[in-house]
Write a protein that binds this ligand. Structure first.
Ligand SMILES: Nc1ncnc2c1ncn2[C@@H]1O[C@H](COP(=O)(O)OP(=O)(O)OP(=O)(O)O)[C@@H](O)[C@H]1O
Ligand SMILES: [Mg+2]
Length: 313
């Protein structure tokens, strides 16, 4: 079966400008990443800060252009002109909503590219607002009249109104109170059940990832380290980087620490280390790791679990 979303060897290099001279330096935010997301599948993207998660999410949502590679949606229906089959929800529900627009206008906005009259747009906005659990009069009010959790519901309504096939969720819970997080998490799960939507779900929180992901992709310095079904990656992580990430949260999946904690800082993406980009922090690094980039290949005896490591488990 063809995947809904096919990310094929995507790189994002960001040229750095210094003064009036164009510097030849470019920052490698995403490097040669290939991933697929199936219909109604949740692919979680994890990795430390600066690993390229958001940049890849923006490419998927059509907000940023990749410098190499392709992003293809095998959509079941034609998108309206100028419209991306994916919508995005951001981390911060405070800055994401225009304070001068009513909630109804904000939610209806993605439909403006379609030839749908204003009355119908606002009617549909009222419908999705109800679906995400907002009060009936919300459409006439302004974002500042709502709490963080309610604003995230408004952002979700806006993402839903165009009936996207995939939603990029970039840390959608991390700005919210813990008590609200599980409510929004349940809402996202209900939406997936009802609409068959796929999620490209970016999160630092491995507890949340364990709860909702079907598969997990691990990024480090813009590169894919490991990708596997949720249970495999939590029970038997193959890549030393994944193992270190999981060991930082011993309560999930496995008991006590088995592996060494991560040491040192992430190297600069202006000059990623040669060979395996993780070699400078890896407890298993040998000479070959500093020379040869490991290909993303199945872990021994686990065909569905891919890891880019010369010494993977
Ligand atoms: N517009 C930009 N200009 C310059 N550098 C950028 C830009 N956008 C991203 N970067 C750099 O690209 C790299 C990847 O950034 P990105 O925001 O994708 O990481 P992330 O995994 O989302 O991190 P976080 O967990 O902190 O959100 C970082 O080194 C970041 O500084
Ligand atoms: Mg980010």
């Amino acid at each position: 079966m063809t995947a809904l979303l096919d990310i094929d060897r995507v790189s994002v290099h960001i040229p750095l400008k210094s003064g009036f001279l164009q510097s030849p330096l470019s920052l490698r935010a995403v490097e040669d990443v290939s991933l697929k997301v199936g219909r109604s599948e949740t692919l979680a993207i994890v990795g430390e800060s600066g690993s390229g998660k958001s940049t890849l999410g923006y490419v998927v949502a059509g907000l940023r252009k990749q410098t190499a590679g392709n992003v293809r949606f095998n959509s079941s229906r034609a998108a309206a002109p100028g419209e991306n089959p994916a919508q995005i929800i951001f981390q911060d529900p405070f800055s994401a909503l225009d304070p001068r627009m009513t909630v109804g206008e904000i939610v209806a906005e993605p439909l403006r590219l379609r030839s749908i009259g204003q009355k119908e747009r606002l009617g549909r906005a009222a419908n999705v607002l109800e679906q995400v659990g907002m009060p009936a009069d919300a459409a006439r009010r302004y974002p500042h009249q709502f709490s963080g959790g309610q604003r995230q519901r408004i952002a979700i309504a806006r993402a839903l109104i165009g009936e996207p096939e995939l939603i990029v969720a970039d840390e959608p819970l991390s700005a919210l109170d813990v008590s609200i997080q599980s409510k929004i998490l349940n809402l996202l799960a209900d939406i997936k059940d009802q609409h068959g939507i796929s999620y490209f779900f970016i999160s630092h929180d491995l507890g949340v990832v364990h709860h909702l992901a079907d598969r997990v992709a691990v990024l480090y310095l813009g590169r894919l380290m490991e990708v596997a079904p949720r249970d495999e990656i939590f029970r038997t992580p193959s890549h030393p980087y994944t193992q270190a990430l999981l060991d930082a949260v011993p309560r999930i999946g496995r008991g006590r620490r088995k592996h060494q904690a991560l040491k040192g800082e992430i190297p600069t993406p202006l000059a990623p280390p040669p060979g395996c980009v993780f070699n400078t922090r890896c407890p298993r690094a040998q000479d070959i790791c500093r020379r040869e980039r490991p290909a993303l290949l199945p872990a021994p005896g686990r065909p569905g679990q891919l890891a880019a490591c010369h010494f993977k488990d």
